[in-house]
Design a protein around this ligand. Structure first.
Ligand SMILES: CC(C)(COP(=O)(O)OP(=O)(O)OC[C@H]1O[C@@H](n2cnc3c(N)ncnc32)[C@H](O)[C@@H]1OP(=O)(O)O)[C@@H](O)C(=O)NCCC(=O)NCCS
Length: 180
């Protein structure tokens, strides 16, 4: 998958973990996104609070990027609700704090999410929220697509890691510690 090789290594003090709850850790991200006029973070909080979307269906996961004890970014993988095909995943609500951008953290997060898609989804797609986001996903190897429900798509690689432990129930974190 082009674009991922260089970003594969996390900075030493950054960890990726399943985000078990949005509050309180994600509150600074919600506040920053709101001040920037980015609506999808508010929708994330609303969907989580109502139970409409907690990324807890088969194949789904929501990950946080932590720098020590500070949550500096997050993003999730849903089954794509805009299609009846159940082998299409959708990246959602990917956000990195402004103070931490252009350090490879967004790419790292997406790499983890795509790894989680293995064995569950054939392709992963998304709707880029802005031209900058579109450039980010293009850089990561996503192709533009003409579907009305998505702007970018990437095939999910099939490899040995697709034989991993199911993530729901006690092994949901697939070896990653859950935080939040
Ligand atoms: C998009 C976003 C997640 C990128 O996070 P990030 O941690 O800064 O991304 P990375 O540092 O991993 O970037 C990897 C590469 O993507 C490209 N890229 C990232 N941000 C870009 C931007 N604003 N404009 C153009 N290219 C960009 C670059 O090629 C970058 O590599 P480089 O820094 O060596 O040039 C972040 O800017 C963000 O949270 N934006 C606001 C929310 C948003 O739009 N989310 C996407 C929703 S679809």
């Amino acid at each position: 998958m082009p674009g991922f090789e260089r970003e594969a290594v996390a900075p030493a003090d950054v960890t990726v973990a399943v985000l078990a709850a949005l509050r309180p850790a994600a509150e600074p991200i919600r506040a920053e996104a709101s001040s920037q006029g980015i609506a999808f973070v508010r929708r994330l909080f609303e969907g989580w609070a109502s139970g409409a979307n907690r990324f807890d269906q088969p194949g789904e996961i929501f990950l946080g990027l932590w720098q020590q004890d500070r949550l500096v970014g997050f993003g999730g993988l849903n089954r794509d609700p805009y299609t009846a095909e159940d082998d299409i995943g959708r990246l959602r609500h990917v956000y990195v704090l402004r103070s931490h951008r252009r350090r490879g953290l967004g790419a790292l997060l997406v790499r983890y999410l795509l790894r989680e898609a293995e064995g569950h989804f054939r392709i992963v797609r998304l709707r880029a929220a802005s031209p900058d986001a579109a450039a980010f996903y293009r850089r990561l190897g996503f192709a533009e697509c003409a579907d009305p429900a998505a702007t970018h798509v990437v095939p999910v690689p099939v490899g040995p890691s697709s034989l991993k432990t199911p993530r729901h129930g006690p092994s949901r974190t697939n070896g990653m510690a859950a935080r939040g």
